[in-house]
Design a protein around this ligand. Structure first.
Ligand code: NDP
Length: 199
């Protein structure tokens, strides 16, 4: 069995801003949210597993409107210091699995026939996952929004540590998404989809 790879998925401004006051800094990027849903839900025939996992921090879990959580058709794992000593054996449709470390989250995913594992935020959990991450799916938002929370991994520039931007073809092959070369505009906001991998 191939080891599980960790993929981080994030939408960030040019300054790598990702959040404001416990929520997203922007609203109305429906197609961007649909991309997130498709990419994190889609499983690939070669994996043979029916389900992906999404790992998130407790604050990100709290930021999801209750009618949309757990994120459907994905195993939802929440990292919190108030996790029970033992995660449940059976996954409930109405509750996420709560664990207190990233290693516990990955062990849980390994034990539950998971195809792909996505870390979906926020900043504290991206930081926790930075060393183990193989790939970052970045939606680059080309508009300035006020933010108080930032993506902690430097993908480019002098402080970047061995990340390479992959081609559109590579992104298509891995995600199954045929993205626009020049990005797209929604609600007066231009953004485009990128994939970065460790060199
Ligand atoms: P997180 O979502 O990363 O959650 C933080 C929580 O995770 C902590 O309060 C704690 O939960 C738990 N945690 C953190 N470290 C540990 C540890 N070492 N051990 C156990 N549990 C730990 O919070 P952030 O504030 O960093 O990010 C939230 C912001 O990010 C929001 O504004 C959200 O909207 C935004 N966001 C943006 C995304 C984007 O793509 N633009 C994606 C996801 C989020 P507890 O307090 O329960 O112990």
């Amino acid at each position: 069995m191939a080891p599980l790879e960790l993929t981080l998925i994030v939408a960030a401004t040019r300054q790598m801003g990702i959040g404001l006051n416990g929520t997203m800094p922007w609203t109305g990027l429906r197609k961007e949210m649909a991309y997130f849903r498709r990419v994190t839900t889609r499983t690939h025939a070669s994996s043979g597993s029916p389900l992906n996992a999404v790992i998130m921090g407790r604050k990100t879990w709290d930021s999801i409107p209750s009618q949309f959580r757990p994120l459907k058709d994905r195993l939802n794992i929440v990292i919190t210091r108030s996790a029970p000593a033992q995660p449940p054996r059976d996954v409930l449709a109405t509750e996420p699995v709560r664990v207190s470390t990233l290693d516990q989250a990955l062990a849980y995913a390994r034990g539950h026939d998971i195809a792909r594992v996505f870390v979906i935020g926020g900043a504290q959990i991206y930081d926790m996952a930075a060393q183990k991450a193989k790939r970052v799916l970045l939606t680059r938002i080309e508009r300035d929004f006020e933010c108080d929370t930032f993506f902690p991994i430097k993908l480019e520039g002098t402080q970047s540590a061995g990340w390479a931007k992959k081609s559109r073809d590579d992104l298509r092959a891995w995600t199954g998404e045929d993205v626009e070369e020049d990005g797209q505009v929604e609600n007066d906001t231009k953004y485009h989809f990128e994939m970065w991998e460790r060199e």
